[in-house]
Design a protein around this ligand. Structure first.
Ligand code: 6PG
Length: 257
């Protein structure tokens, strides 16, 4: 766990989505002002889906957005369990990002081929401006799972034995996901208290291998966070506003700019 991670604590997934959506739009504006484009990596999962639905209502300079994926399941292109199908329904079909700037992982051609296809795209894109990630109950993120070994030179890994169906996937490496100006974790849903505790205690989990140069922002349900912090901190929670703490539990007055 990065020493300076920022924890943003909320009552429910809708509040997480509102706050994350605001931060994404700010990061996008800053990136476009700075270098004329915004390179965003999308996550799969239920929590990110809410964020995409909200983003779709926003007014942004969509023509400057470039979309990448953190991982994808090896399924037919139109399969409802694909992350690209979810992102398309929730966001991409509703905004005017040029089709050639949406870099879907072509996992319908097979794990190995899709990973080889995506590798040069990632290499050319790095550093990303923003990487969005979820986290599973076992501490996986993207399709980086506990106990899976990957070649450290690869930016994109083929995955053959995912514990979460389907078995075959491709995923960006921890190094590629960490090569980003900003990283936001969106953590709600399921039963994630225990794994959060282990992450904070320094366990060797896939999430712990995401180590960008700048502090990460972790948007999380209050019930998960309380499990690992001192009880008196919960009385300082500011409801709708979210309550930001750094990883040493110091109160931070402001949400990130
Ligand atoms: C996937 C995701 C995966 C997801 C987490 C959290 O393709 O399955 O990329 O890493 O983000 O499992 O998902 P939830 O937010 O739905 O719990």
């Amino acid at each position: 766990m990065q020493e300076n991670s920022r924890w943003h604590v909320f009552d429910n997934a809708d509040q997480i989505a509102v706050a994350a959506c605001q931060q994404i739009l700010k990061v996008a504006e800053r990136a476009i002002d700075d270098h004329g484009m915004f390179k965003l990596v999308l996550a799969g999962g239920k929590t990110p889906e809410k964020v995409y639905q909200m983003l779709a209502q926003a007014d942004a300079d969509w023509a400057k957005w470039l979309i990448y994926y953190g991982d994808e399941r090896c399924l037919p292109a139109d399969h409802p369990d694909r992350n690209s199908v979810m992102a398309n329904q929730a966001l991409l079909s509703k905004v005017s990002i040029p089709a050639e700037q949406i870099h879907t992982m072509p996992t319908e051609i097979g794990t190995e081929l899709a990973a080889a296809f995506y590798q040069p795209l990632v290499s050319a894109a790095l550093p990303f401006d923003l990487v969005l990630l979820g986290m599973g109950e076992d501490g996986h993120t993207a399709s980086l799972f506990p106990d899976h070994q990957h070649n450290k030179d690869e930016l994109v890994h083929a995955v053959y034995s995912s514990p979460k169906p389907p078995l075959e996937r491709i995923t960006l490496s921890a190094a590629a996901l960490s090569t980003s100006h900003e990283v936001i974790f969106l953590i709600a849903g399921g039963n994630k208290q225990e794994v959060i505790k282990h992450w904070q205690q320094g366990a060797d989990l896939p999430v712990a291998r995401i180590q960008p140069e700048n502090p990460m922002d972790i948007y999380i349900l209050r019930e998960y966070f309380q499990a690992v912090t001192t009880p008196d901190l919960s009385s300082n929670y500011y409801g709708q506003q979210g309550y930001a703490l750094d990883s040493t539990n110091q109160h931070r007055d402001n949400m990130p700019d």
